[in-house]
Design a protein around this ligand. Structure first.
Ligand SMILES: C[S@@+](CC[C@H](N)C(=O)[O-])C[C@H]1O[C@@H](n2cnc3c(N)ncnc32)[C@H](O)[C@@H]1O
Length: 264
């Protein structure tokens, strides 16, 4: 169902080429095997264990996923770029889609609204997420981790990440991977949601939220860690990346959305 040429793919863990063992199985030279989710029609590239995470971090990652299913799949209205949202439309305009576009952490729904309503029909859209979610999606989808992308170096003109990076246990690994698969002539657009530590807690939380637990080592039930605009700028500097453009939109006294256009 999803058209992803084999020439675009590589093993997410060994970074070696993949060969088709049969219609539903891809293998790399080190014997790592990746299977197709036959019902949903997409490849699953989530490794059986991430080589960069300790056992504790891997358990935290798996518990975060359980919370993502509840918040993003079952209660999308407030938590993801689901249908009409001005912030998502602003991000879609900022991304200036062209060529091959990869949305990293595209969400569990058919298509995020920053693509649905802002698409350039001449571009080709790909998406990855750790959740499989609804199908068929309106972009070429594989299930994968942003820290271990199953794509070859310099494959995409535009890579994007819409409020996804704060969920990663290792955010730096995610940014590095996004830029690895971005062409030298291309760029990566990152939407960072910033919330001040002083922000008052909501007076009332929905019942589904109250039932969620914060996994060991994480800041809250969904975010491994919250970052400031300055924290992200420091990370870009450490990774020798260039901030080609930045736009900040205040939401209220304590929150803002910051969009970065990053180049290598
Ligand atoms: C707040 S939602 C945003 C989804 C979409 N970008 C949007 O704006 O509608 C965050 C998404 O990041 C995904 N995600 C979290 N950690 C991830 C990881 N390590 N690798 C890939 N996706 C991840 C979640 O499954 C979720 O779909």
């Amino acid at each position: 169902m999803y058209k992803i040429p084999l020439e675009l793919l590589q093993s997410p863990v060994s970074k070696k080429p993949l060969t088709l063992a049969d219609e539903f199985t891809l293998k790399d030279e080190e014997g790592n095997v990746f299977k197709k989710n036959i019902e949903a029609g997409h490849w699953n590239f989530i490794p059986s264990r991430s080589p960069i995470y300790s056992e504790e971090q891997w358990n935290t990652f798996k518990k975060l996923i359980e919370n993502f299913v509840i918040s993003y799949e079952k209660h999308p209205e407030v938590n993801v770029s689901y249908d009409v949202r001005q912030d998502a439309f602003d991000f879609g305009d900022f991304c200036k889609y062209h060529g091959k576009v990869l949305d990293i952490g595209c969400g569990p729904h058919k298509i995020p609204s920053y693509i649905k309503y802002k698409r350039n029909n001449d571009a080709e859209y790909y998406g990855i997420d750790i959740l499989s979610g609804e199908h068929p999606k309106e972009l070429n989808f594989v299930q994968a981790m942003g820290e271990h992308l199953p794509f070859r170096d310099n494959s995409f003109d535009v890579t994007i990440s819409g409020t996804s990076l704060l969920h990663y246990v290792d955010v730096k690994a995610g940014i590095k991977e996004a830029l690895r698969v971005t062409k030298p002539s291309g760029y990566s657009c990152i939407w960072l949601g910033v919330k001040s530590k002083e922000a008052p807690k909501p007076k009332q939380s929905p019942d589904w939220y109250k039932k969620l637990e914060t996994p060991e080592g994480a800041e809250n039930p969904f975010h491994y860690k919250r970052y400031t605009e300055e924290d992200f700028e420091k990370i870009f500097k450490e990774l020798n990346l260039i901030v080609a453009e930045k736009k900040a939109y205040p939401v209220d006294e304590w929150r803002k959305n910051v969009f970065f256009r990053i180049k290598k």
